[in-house]
Design a protein around this ligand. Structure first.
Ligand SMILES: [Zn+2]
Length: 302
């Protein structure tokens, strides 16, 4: 439901803007309110500016959504969306001929992609050189995508799970699944998100009808505060610090509270939002190939 809203708005906006763009033919580069596809060729910088202006809350000050690597003044050839710009994702993007990777999470291992502390680090150097060799530009699209109403990442996850109709309107983090158990939800989520294993606290037979869904890494205090406020039967999160939320849940269960936990993994939990981004971008950039490449979990569960 909410997903459709995002796409409907985008499509309406696109149709309106396309008409304007056609009238203003011969325009090269970015003109506010005009789809850059009206121009024959645009730079990556112009494409990024256009994407930002397409988000209602723009501009966001002090955002982490900045260019992390590469030269954005080159012409846009193709785009890839992903959750993490791993070496594997960068290599695949380059082999597809894409030169803009739109990534949800940091490239260099910390939220703000600060790199001074990595100055002498060989892995950091290797990744930088690898990016340089491919010539791709990596731009983060995190704050803007989460600022959509409803949150576009959460909407992507709900869509992939088929849970839009069970989410509370206006508070889509809360989902009501009548008659569900931890076991039934584990089975459903693993199937629909295409993962073979997840971490959990709880027993399969316990009833879990009220779900708190928090993709990504909200942090211990945000997760614990939300549990206290919403009193869900189950928290499904992307990742957590083991000494924070999972220990809180262990204590809560000892106290007698009815609260279970499912940890999906960060990349797995937010990838649906970057899959969703492809259909949001496609009508804005006709003629440009836009592909999603999954980052996948870095872990193997033995
Ligand atoms: Zn996120």
């Amino acid at each position: 439901m909410k997903i459709k809203n995002i796409h409907q708005v985008s499509r309406r906006k696109f149709i309106g803007l396309t008409a304007t763009a056609a009238i203003g033919s011969g325009i090269t580069g970015f003109v506010p309110g005009i789809v850059p596809a009206a121009a024959k060729a645009i730079s990556i910088r112009e494409a990024i500016n256009f994407i930002i202006k397409s988000v209602p809350v723009a501009p966001i000050s002090n955002t982490v959504d900045t260019v992390k690597a590469g030269n954005p003044d080159q012409l846009l050839k193709g785009m890839v969306t992903t959750t993490f710009a791993t070496i594997d994702v960068i290599e695949k993007a380059a082999s597809l001929g894409a030169n803009l990777i739109i990534v949800h999470e940091p490239v260099f291992y910390n939220h703000r992609d600060e790199t001074d502390w990595l100055h002498q680090d060989k892995v950091f150097e290797y990744k930088q050189q690898f990016i340089k060799k491919t010539g791709v530009v990596i731009w983060r699209f995190h704050d803007y995508w989460h600022s959509e109403k409803p949150d576009a990442v959460l909407a992507g996850v709900l869509q992939m799970l088929g849970w839009q109709k069970f989410a509370e309107p206006g508070n889509e983090h809360i989902i009501h699944l009548t008659g569900a158990t931890l076991g039934s939800i584990l089975k459903e989520v693993k199937e629909k998100l295409g993962v073979s294993t997840v971490k959990a606290i709880g027993i399969p037979g316990e009833s879990c009808e009220k779900i708190l869904l928090m993709p990504g890494a909200a942090g211990g205090s945000a997760q614990i505060t939300a549990i206290e406020k919403e009193q869900p039967d189950l928290l499904i999160c992307g990742e957590l610090q083991e000494w924070e939320t999972s220990e809180y849940i262990r204590d809560a269960r000892s106290k007698g509270d009815k609260i279970a936990l499912m940890v999906l993994g960060h990349a797995v939990s937010e990838e649906p939002g970057m899959i969703n981004l492809v259909s949001w971008l496609t009508p804005k950039f006709p003629g440009i190939a836009i592909t999603h490449i999954a980052s996948h979990s870095p872990f193997t569960w033995y």
